[in-house]
Design a protein around this ligand. Structure first.
Ligand SMILES: Cc1cc2nc3c(=O)[nH]c(=O)nc-3n(C[C@H](O)[C@H](O)[C@H](O)COP(=O)(O)OP(=O)(O)OC[C@H]3O[C@@H](n4cnc5c(N)ncnc54)[C@H](O)[C@@H]3O)c2cc1C
Length: 387
């Protein structure tokens, strides 16, 4: 699959997004490059090097993170969600969008030339290292420090938590404190974003086995007096807050699209089951309580998907705002949890088996309302933007 990112090939409306022919191409590519391997990757806890190469060969890393070309990325993200493996979708989206977009959007030409071609070939996996012990929802508590080393570079010390692609990454986009601001121990002023190569002495990754997202390779990253050249600072340190704000809105958009696809997959699994599983002589779907519950979820999914496509169009026009991104992220990830709960319930004990599909869907869905900003933070942002 060769991506065509030319403006004429990419111009879309929300309606086109649903029926765009690219969707069928992506679905086929994911059926070949992901579905036969995803269970193994879940058990291994990461996507191995040959998996990353196969995903790249399928053309999945060459799509645009902004502008009209993002419409195709949006289709890819939704379809990644529809694979039903949130660990895989997280790994791929962090690599191809959430981490690499910092370099793509705010990086220097040197940084773009050094890192982005390797992102596209899958030979260098990207990871995003923002979170710390005291910096999750409130990122201003960052304590990882980058001290000047006297040669224009930095010596970095700290510990980053919950980093997807942690052990397989070739580089981390790392939020660090560059200088203290007098009287303001908790502030993002004085912070910067560094690209840190994973093979630099002093960098080590320690797996953090999680309830779900098992293929996402979530790790703690220890940075023990790591030397980072000065040319790995992304953009201007004084603009870090504005980079983060734009990137976090983008992250919420990506998370929302993935969750829409995930909820769609879940509804498909549930719908197929209730139509065939019998209670006594009648399929479960003959019960009105079940039909109406699934109809409500289907209606909600249709609305959230339409909203997601509107958000995509705004992003392609560089007009995505915090309110839209937060509404999408909140409603899509919360819907995925409600749908996963229904999927478990209607499968009965079969759904509660540890290796069952409903169990995976459920444990994957509940992470969605925490990562990329907890639902409570989304509500705060929506409330503030509604002034
Ligand atoms: C599977 C997974 C993958 C992840 N991958 C990455 C990654 O690749 N890179 C990275 O940097 N980070 C990653 N994270 C971390 C993620 O970004 C954080 O978990 C998230 O920002 C929330 O921070 P926290 O976990 O420290 O929770 P906290 O900030 O400690 O919040 C705990 C809980 O408090 C509640 N809460 C928070 N704020 C409010 C509020 N304003 N009002 C009311 N209640 C509130 C919420 O219920 C929240 O879940 C990942 C996390 C998970 C679970």
């Amino acid at each position: 699959m060769i991506p065509d990112n030319s403006p004429s090939a990419c111009a879309v409306s929300p309606l086109d997004l649903a029926s765009h022919p690219f969707r069928a191409q992506v679905r086929t590519a994911l059926e070949e490059a992901v579905l036969p391997h995803a269970e193994t990757w879940e058990q291994q806890g990461h996507i191995p090097a040959e998996g990353w190469r196969a995903l790249a060969d399928a053309g999945l890393f060459g799509l645009a993170a902004g502008g009209p070309g993002f419409a195709k990325s949006a289709i890819l993200l939704e379809e990644l969600g529809r694979t039903g493996f949130a660990g895989v979708r997280a790994a791929v989206s962090v690599h191809a969008y959430m981490a690499s977009s910092y370099i793509d959007r705010f990086g220097t030409v040197m940084q773009q030339e050094k890192y982005l071609p390797a992102v596209r070939t899958g030979s260098r996996v990207g990871a995003l290292a923002l979170s710390e012990q005291d910096a999750g929802t409130a990122l201003d508590g960052i304590t990882t420090r980058a001290e000047p080393d006297g040669t224009g570079g930095y010596r970095v010390k700290g510990r980053k938590l919950h980093v997807a692609n942690g052990s397989q990454a070739g580089f981390y986009i790392c939020l660090v404190r560059l200088r203290d601001i007098a009287g303001r121990p908790r502030t993002l002023a004085g912070c910067g974003l560094l690209i840190i190569d994973a093979d630099t002495p002093g960098v080590s990754a320690h797996p953090e086995p999680m309830l779900g997202w098992r293929a996402a390779d979530v790790c703690t990253i220890t940075l023990d007096d790591v030397h980072v050249p000065g040319d790995r600072l992304i953009g201007k340190a004084s603009r870090t807050l504005s980079y983060l704000m734009a990137a976090l809105d983008f992250e919420r958009l990506v998370a929302g699209l993935l969750a829409v696809g995930g909820a769609d997959h879940c509804m498909g699994v549930t719908g197929a089951f209730v139509r065939t599983h019998r209670i006594g002589e009648a399929p479960l779907a003959t019960h009105q309580a079940v039909r109406h519950a699934l109809a409500d979820l289907t209606a909600e999914l249709d609305l959230v998907r339409a909203y997601a496509h509107r958000a995509v169009i705004l992003h392609t026009q560089d007009r995505l705002d915090t309110r839209t991104a937060s509404v999408l992220k909140l409603r899509a990830t919360e819907l995925a949890v409600v749908a996963a709960r229904a999927c478990m319930q209607y499968h009965g004990a079969l759904g509660y088996l540890d290796d069952s599909v409903p169990a995976r869907i459920y444990r994957d869905a509940v992470a969605g309302t925490v990562t990329a900003g907890a639902s409570e933070l989304m509500r705060d942002l929506i409330f503030e933007a509604a002034d």
